[in-house]
Design a protein around this ligand. Structure first.
Ligand SMILES: [Zn+2]
Length: 331
């Protein structure tokens, strides 16, 4: 039984100890539990699996603080910072010396593994094993990216895949994407037959208008999913969305490092059909000031990932398209 099993209606916060750190402090994973007055499902929410993907923080905070527990059916179990060590380092991964350091790749974890695995094991034991559905919230990290989709697991068996897609669609983002999930919390839950998907929304340090746009999308998305799960009253009818799998996905990565001048920096440009040959951006050599590379759409496709103007390393994903021929509209 998890330690929150007998919580009465209301809000509760605790920290789940994991191990001791070399700075002498205890490493603990935070946990919010919001219990409704009425019976219903237990909905797990994880964020900051990648430590620098913090956009969901304020959206979730506003959403759960505004919830009326008298109207809530079931319970939300929420991990606001899944990898505190990565977050403390303003980075994606756990700063440790050995083993896998990406929390997104190590579930269900190992209580006697490295620190990243111990964090995963703590979340598995106290959250994953006790939820009826889960979302693991991601967004662009410190690199300045636009995204607006919910990923679902390409390896899920068909009946479960349909449940995942229905949950992904209820979020209401422009895209749902059948993606690789190996080692992710959602993948582990899917192996246990529990629906779980990964929203991938917005990015960090995007400026006030775009941040507010995505914060509003995330709050609507959480409400839509909870209506879909029967935890809140309301209409969960999703909008028209584009569905595409990894075969239709094409990442455009500049060969050269430099300053990327991006022509696609607005949220409304995601989901637009970009025709073959369209110039999406160019890379300027920061030393000579020459344009050294143009990034061009290789086919007709829907733009689902776009990077803000700024420094890029060679090989970094700058844009990504869902090939139109391999994508389908969901009504
Ligand atoms: Zn992430």
């Amino acid at each position: 039984m998890p330690l929150w099993q007998d919580q009465p209606e209301g809000r509760w916060f605790t920290r789940m100890p994991v191990t001791t750190m070399l700075n002498g402090a205890t490493l603990a994973v935070p946990l919010h539990v919001i219990t409704g007055r009425h019976p219903g499902p237990t909905f797990g929410i994880i964020t900051n699996t990648h430590g620098d993907e913090f956009l969901a923080t304020m959206a979730i905070r506003e959403f759960v603080l505004a919830l009326d527990t008298a109207k809530l059916k079931g319970r939300i179990v929420l991990v606001p910072v899944a990898n505190p060590m990565a977050t403390a380092g303003f980075g994606r991964l756990t700063p440790e010396q050995h083993g896998r350091t990406d929390l997104h790749e190590v579930y269900p974890g190992n209580a006697r593994g490295n620190t990243t695995q111990m964090i995963a094991a703590t979340i598995t034991a106290n959250v994953l094993h006790h939820v009826d559905a889960l979302i693991d919230f991601h967004s662009g990290g410190s690199g300045g990216r636009l995204q607006a989709r919910v990923d679902h697991n390409s390896k899920a068996p068909d009946a479960l895949k349909q449940k995942n897609i229905a949950m992904a669609r209820a979020f209401g983002a422009p895209f749902v994407h059948e993606n690789e999930f190996a080692g992710a919390a959602a993948h582990y839950l899917n192996t246990r037959g529990v629906p779980a998907v990964n929203p991938e929304v917005g990015g960090c340090y995007l400026g006030p208008e775009t941040s507010q746009h995505y914060t509003a999308m995330m709050k609507r998305g959480l409400a839509g999913m909870m209506c879909h799960l029967g935890m809140l009253e309301g209409d969960a009818k999703p909008p028209r969305q584009i569905d595409f799998d990894t075969k239709a996905r094409r990442e455009l990565r500049p060969k050269n490092s430099g300053y990327l001048e991006s022509y696609y920096e607005k949220p409304e440009q995601l989901g637009q059909l970009v025709t073959s040959g369209t110039k999406l951006g160019q890379v300027v050599d920061m030393y000579t000031y020459e344009v050294i590379e143009e990034i061009v759409a290789p086919f007709d496709g829907y733009l689902f990932f776009s990077r803000y103007s700024g420094m890029v390393g060679g090989g970094t994903q700058a844009f990504a398209l869902a090939e139109a021929a391999g994508s389908k509209w969901l009504d």
